[in-house]
Design a protein around this ligand. Structure first.
Ligand code: FRU
Length: 711
């Protein structure tokens, strides 16, 4: 027993204490010591930070570093170390500056040859002078004699290199990762921090293929705020290799990245405190614009701009959910993922009949047009272009067209193609956003060859075009075309399949948080169903593993009214399927001071539905306050609605108001215009009350419906 304890005690220190680090050079002295400098770039000694004309240098340790900016970018020079013996498994060092192999670099020489080399991170104007750790794995070179040479041969932008703290260590500061996972479970799970400065890039190769299938920037963490996942439902039974580099400190977190049939937090999904109960949110991560809205065979597809890995805009992918009723959504694996084309920006989808495309598809297919934002590619020289993807299995798997891009770069970050079939001209049409308030129109016989046919503007709006036709007051013989921008401004006019001619506008339909919406292609019964994104500039919902939501789905119609022809929206009728309990009051007059019929109603998720007879009402301000104090109040004097800025005339003497409250959002439809607010507050009860300032309100009817959760 005693001898066992003794041997355990003797073993312990050698197990836990790694051999101490050996400093090769810390660049703390007032000379380079026995290192040999030639040329101008490195000066005569380490320096205390930035040199004249240099951006602030940070990230170095101690008081000084080796700075290659003596005499600016155009100077050149070399610094050579004496020989030293490799005695630890890794060499760690801090490095910053130009990304020019063999020109701005640090090289390790063994037996007269370059055994390892590294550069800084930048070759374009911009960037940062912050030094970051790099580590070389030298385990195969232990015992050998080596030397280092730091080179600056480069002139011009980023023509310099900075180095600090070169240390031999058994603990790498940076781990170069490469791990193959057998995919025998739907998810590859990752523990992450909300701190988005911690992101590291990972590449994913399937079945040993050379070209990465996709890449992602993930904020891996030893103390996760939550877990995220890569959904590998479509790759079961195959192998995925993940490569990347992470700080050595994150070795524990990396060990936890694994294939699993579930993801941590899945048992609470859709029941989290801040989770909207009948608006679409993603299970994990950030979302913005709806993309690829298309209906096929009873299924509504909702794609969306998605960062699956954190609460912020990043990693732009197309998330994908499907529903048979626009409210009960099921999320599948992402449809489009960032790859060598760059980020997958917004776009649209259609059902393309057999023979209507130049794509390698056998029959009818779902076809998607998207913007590939090459500015985010890992391959230099990529541009912002328009590309095509298709699905032949009803939206389960997606193939990017081998002939991409179908439209080369035109200007700026040209983007957001919205495609549709124009039956009279028998060709496909694509409005495309250019820049400012400018859009172009392209047409194609086959979704592959595109020709420019027109231009238009939506003054004061931009991004995310939509272009569609609607009958006026339901009269199929009297139609107008609408061009729509991301802020919900639109022009009315005519469209001959090639050119849009504006008749009036811009008119404003949306108000509040909604942005970047689009309408469904191929919706049944001639419906024009629209979904927008509810944006919010804030820091996201603290603690929640998801961020932001879609608007209610709504149906668009066109009507002639006092101020001309205008677009109106009503919540899509499917919302009625969520009603659990309805209370109704008919034909009554309400005045301030009277008992509010809604006073007993404590809130939760609900819809208020009211028809007010304006002519018989005397109140100067009338409407509701919901969510404690958020007003939907109409002012009789100037016929405006709080929250909305435009005129809001009664229709046939009535105001028809529908208000929808969910966990963190409030939306109102008032005589066909739409306004919404994203309310980042701790959820609880959301009382609602009638507001009648300076008179009475005559209600034709007032209903309150509690709404069931869609989850
Ligand atoms: C609109 C938008 C689009 C772009 C996308 C990127 O919100 O800026 O123009 O395609 O978001 O996520």
């Amino acid at each position: 027993m005693i001898s066992q304890l003794l041997s355990a005690a003797l073993l312990l220190p050698s197990l836990s204490a790694a051999a101490p680090d050996l400093t090769v050079m810390d660049f703390e002295g007032d000379s380079f010591g026995n290192w040999k400098a030639t040329g101008e770039a490195f000066g005569k000694a380490p320096v205390a930070g930035s040199l004249q004309g240099q951006m602030p240098v940070s990230g170095f340790l101690g008081q000084r570093l080796l700075n290659g900016y003596h005499g600016g970018d155009d100077s050149t020079g070399e610094l050579e170390s004496p020989a030293f013996k490799i005695e630890r498994k890794h060499l760690n060092f801090l490095i910053g500056g130009g990304k020019f192999p063999a020109e701005t670099c640090i090289d390790l020489f063994v037996s007269g040859k370059v055994a390892r080399t590294a550069t800084g991170r930048f070759d374009q104007p911009g960037g940062t002078e912050r030094l970051e750790w790099q580590s070389w794995d030298l385990s195969d070179l232990i015992g050998k004699s080596a030397s280092l040479r730091i080179t600056d041969k480069r002139k011009g932008t980023w023509g310099h290199i900075n180095i600090d703290h070169i240390v031999q260590s058994d603990d790498p500061k940076v781990l170069e990762l490469k791990k193959e996972f057998a995919i025998a479970g739907r998810y590859l799970v990752w523990p992450v921090t909300r701190d988005t400065t911690q992101k590291r890039r990972f590449f994913f190769n399937v079945d040993g293929q050379e070209q990465p299938l996709f890449y992602a920037d993930i904020c891996l963490s030893n103390n996760p705020d939550f877990w995220v996942f890569t959904d590998l439902a479509n790759y079961q039974g195959r192998k995925i290799t993940v490569t990347g580099s992470i700080p050595g400190l994150l070795a524990d977190a990396w060990e936890k990245v694994k294939i699993s049939p579930t993801y941590p937090g899945e048992d609470e999904i859709y029941r989290e405190a801040l989770r909207p109960q009948y608006h679409f949110t993603s299970r994990r991560g950030w979302l913005n614009d709806p993309n690829g809205l298309v209906w096929k065979d009873g299924t509504w597809h909702l794609f969306y701009q998605h960062n699956p890995y954190n609460h912020n805009w990043d990693n732009m992918s197309w998330g994908h959910a499907t529903s048979s009723d626009l409210f009960h959504w099921k999320e599948g694996p992402n449809g489009l993922l960032p790859d060598a084309e760059g980020y997958m920006y917004s776009g649209s989808g259609v059902v393309a009949p057999k023979g209507s495309t130049g794509l390698p598809v056998k029959g009818e297919a779902l076809v998607f047009a998207y913007t590939a934002n090459g500015n985010h590619s890992y391959e230099p020289g990529r541009k912002v272009v328009q590309s095509i993807a298709f699905s032949e299995d009803g939206g389960k798997t997606f193939t990017k067209f081998a002939g991409n891009p179908v439209l080369p770069h035109v200007e700026a970050e040209n983007r957001d193609p919205k495609i549709f079939w124009h039956a009279p001209s028998k060709h496909w049409v694509m409005p495309l956003y250019y820049d400012r308030s400018d859009y172009g129109i392209y047409t194609s016989p086959d979704l592959v060859k595109w020709e420019k046919t027109g231009d238009y503007k939506i003054p004061t709006d931009g991004e995310c075009p939509d272009l569609f036709e609607l009958p006026v007051d339901g009269d199929a013989k009297n139609t107008r075309w609408i061009v729509w921008g991301a802020q919900g401004k639109y022009m009315l006019g005519s469209f001959d399949g090639r050119v849009f001619k504006a008749e009036s506008g811009p008119h404003q339909h949306y108000f509040g948080a909604a942005y970047a919406g689009q309408t469904y292609d191929n919706a049944p019964d001639g419906r024009r169903v629209h979904i927008g994104w509810m944006r919010d500039g804030g820091p996201g919902l603290q603690g929640a593993p998801f961020n932001l939501q879609m608007t209610l789905p709504m149906d668009f119609t066109l009507h002639r009214q006092g101020d001309g022809i205008r677009l109106r929206a009503e919540p899509s009728k499917e919302v009625e399927g969520l009603r659990a309990d309805t209370k109704e009051w008919k034909d009554f007059t309400f005045e301030a001071g009277q008992t509010d019929p809604l006073s007993g109603f404590k809130g939760g998720q609900y819809e208020i539905e009211a028809v007010i007879d304006v002519a018989s009402s005397t109140a100067a301000e009338l409407g509701f306050r919901s969510f404690d104090d958020h007003p939907v109040i109409w002012k009789a004097a100037d016929k405006t609605l709080s929250g909305a800025h435009g005129p809001q005339a009664p229709i046939d003497g009535k105001l028809k108001i529908r208000i929808f409250a969910d966990t963190v959002s409030l939306e109102a439809f008032v005589n066909g215009t739409y306004t919404s607010r994203y309310i980042r507050q701790i959820p609880g009860t959301k009382p609602v009350r009638i507001v009648a300032n300076g008179g009475s309100i005559k209600f034709d009817s007032l209903k309150v419906h509690t709404l069931k959760s869609a989850w």
